[in-house]
Design a protein around this ligand. Structure first.
Ligand code: FES
Ligand code: MG
Length: 600
């Protein structure tokens, strides 16, 4: 690319009606028999020949909302406004359901279904007469799954985020969905509230339709969909029930028809520059530790090289600007009123932190957001007076794993004091390892006095990666034993080959790859081992000799490898055979070679 050339400035080359993909189905005289079959059945719900055969784009609306996917359920109503927008621009809407995902109810974990929703949407986008698609995003995995599918098929696609719930509140204090659960659980463990109070407190955090109102994985991934250019500007932060959300649905419907004529396909939007911007923006919003998993997966499916080292190199130095729970105090409505993601982007543009990259409306982030500064500085801070100085992820490696990440923006002063303020060795700590094999083992033994857990121990959980606990469980943020919580120790250092909820404020070291189930170093660790974590050198090692490590490796091999529970469903078994590590985006390995398949 020539320096200084802005991608958004290129003249738009429009495609002609004869070039529409749907024409091969609905208006193809060379294959009249098949056209007849396609068209008579498609017309039977009342569509006319004129709508199907006069060169109008057929626009899919991938519907993720249903009664079992409540975070996205209002997309059923929003889709009516999307349809209006599509019609307004001369398109024909085709709404269809896709495999539902809801984060908190799905057993054993919703992450198991991300790749299933991806697969099912790929089949629909490839196999049916669609010229473009609106992706109805919201609850955690529904956003990456659909963008991954759009990346694989590479037909024009735009995401419509569902938006967060209204702010939760309990006795005058903000309660954030997801985040409050961790706090309420601690309060119950400390005897401050009973079970009834626990349920009441948790329910207060979810007062309306919408996805989690904290900067959990849902708000993160929708903000990042906007950051990577897959939505209209400002689409992510509008609360679900607001009037503006319905207007955004209408504008999104209008825009997708134009995107079809402009042939603005995902591979033109999802460039290396767009992913670099996404990493920078994730640090500034204090995004979820699930972001690298999902964003690396989207990059793999569009064919852009991206790894966890990029997250540290590009994102670590960026300050935290958004004061939202779990890293801060506010919630979704406050974020929107302060200016939403465009206000964050405006700060980053001013400091020259973002690269030119085109977005769904055909303009760059800079053209869309320059000068859109926050109008509530307590919620969205300026770059020069941030919440925290460095808020990206650290990518660690050593004999415990090749890659694991840590979200440093949630390190509390208490945690820092206990583990990191060692004058001889700042930013490094050593501790006795306490090892759990999966969440059941952890729940059974965490309060067992025999483990003699003290405030300098490091808790490990393994067997919870994409294969060990199919889909990778969100369990790495383990609470300390009750007796330590009562002493005021609210968090111990936690390490694991699973994930952690984006709504959790724990500074865990997670997504460790390779996982124990594929023979990663965590499988060799024993309770009582001394472990050293050095955040400056970005290393994590069991402090044993090379000989001992080699001995443990051969004993592990001879034992037949790491034992994990049997699959409970066919999909668990199928995915276990073909899924990649968390550091690689947990993608289905054979799927990655399928790129731009709409042409084939
Ligand atoms: Fe669906 Fe949080 S549980 S968005
Ligand atoms: Mg989650």
């Amino acid at each position: 690319k020539a320096p200084g050339k802005t991608p958004g400035k290129k003249p738009v080359r429009r495609i002609k009606p004869e070039q529409l993909r749907s024409k091969a189905w609905f208006d193809n005289p060379a294959n009249a028999d098949m056209t007849a079959l396609y068209i008579e059945r498609t017309m039977n719900f009342g569509l006319s020949r004129e709508e199907l055969q006069s060169g109008r784009p057929i626009i899919g609306i991938a519907q993720t909302g249903s009664d079992i996917a409540p975070c996205n359920r209002h997309h059923i109503e929003l889709a009516a406004r999307v349809r209006d927008g599509i019609r307004e621009m001369g398109g024909v809407p085709f709404e269809f359901p896709i495999h539902p995902i809801q984060e908190t109810c799905k057993r054993p974990t919703a992450a198991l279904d991300r790749n299933l929703q991806y697969l099912s949407l790929v089949e629909i986008l490839y196999g049916y007469p669609l010229d473009g698609v609106v992706l109805t995003t919201g609850c955690d995995k529904t956003t990456p799954a659909q963008i991954m599918a759009a990346a694989t098929v590479d037909i024009p696609a735009i995401a419509l985020p569902g938006g967060p719930m209204l702010n939760g509140s309990f006795r005058g204090e903000r309660t954030g969905s997801g985040t409050i659960v961790w706090k309420a659980r601690q309060m119950m463990a400390a005897g401050e509230i009973d079970y009834k109070g626990f349920v009441e407190l948790v329910a207060s955090s979810a007062p309306s339709a919408g996805h989690c109102n904290t900067m959990g994985t849902a708000s993160t991934m929708n903000s990042l969909a906007e950051a990577m250019g897959m939505t209209l500007p400002g689409a992510a932060a509008i609360p679900a029930p607001y009037r503006d959300r319905y207007e955004m649905a209408y504008l999104t419907g209008k825009r997708i028809v134009e995107m079809v004529w402009e042939n603005l396909i995902p591979s033109k939007i999802l460039t290396r520059e767009a992913f670099e911007n996404t990493i920078v923006i994730n640090s500034a919003i204090g995004g979820s530790t699930n972001a690298p998993v999902h964003v690396n997966a989207i990059a793999k499916h569009i064919g852009v090289k991206l790894d966890n080292e990029d997250w540290t190199k590009i994102g670590y130095e960026i300050p935290l600007l958004v004061n939202l729970q779990p890293a801060g105090e506010y919630l979704g409505e406050d974020y929107y009123r302060a200016g939403g993601l465009p206000a964050v982007i405006a700060e980053l543009i001013e400091k020259g932190k973002l690269k030119p990259a085109i977005t769904a409306n055909g303009k760059t982030l800079e053209e869309n957001c320059k000068g859109a500064f926050s109008i509530a500085r307590e919620v969205i801070k300026s770059y020069d007076q941030p919440m925290k100085a460095q808020s990206g992820f650290l990518n660690l490696s050593g004999n415990l794993f090749d890659s694991a990440i840590m979200k440093t923006s949630v390190i509390t002063p208490e945690f820092r004091k206990r583990y990191l303020e060692n004058p001889k060795d700042p930013m490094a700590f050593e501790g006795r390892a306490i090892v759990f094999d999966g969440p059941e083992d952890y729940h059974d033994r965490i309060d067992d006095p025999a483990l003699a857990i003290d405030e300098h121990c490091i808790l490990f959980i393994r067997g919870v990666g994409p294969i060990g606990y199919p889909g990778a469980a969100e369990v790495v943020n383990m609470r300390p034993p009750d007796y330590l919580i009562k002493k005021g120790v609210t968090a111990l250092a936690c390490v694991g080959d699973g994930r952690q909820s984006g709504t959790s404020g724990s500074p865990s070291i997670l997504n460790a790859s390779p996982e124990a189930a594929t023979g990663g170093g965590l499988a060799l660790l024993k309770t009582g081992d001394k472990v050293r974590i050095d955040l400056k050198k970005r290393t994590a090692n069991i402090l044993i000799s090379d000989d001992e490590l080699a001995e443990r490796k051969s004993a592990f091999k001879a034992s037949g490898g790491y034992k994990y529970p049997k699959s409970q469903t066919p999909w668990q078994e199928i995915q276990r055979k073909i899924v990649d590590e968390l550091s690689e985006g947990m993608v289905l390995k054979p799927a990655v070679k399928y790129q731009k398949i709409h042409k084939k």
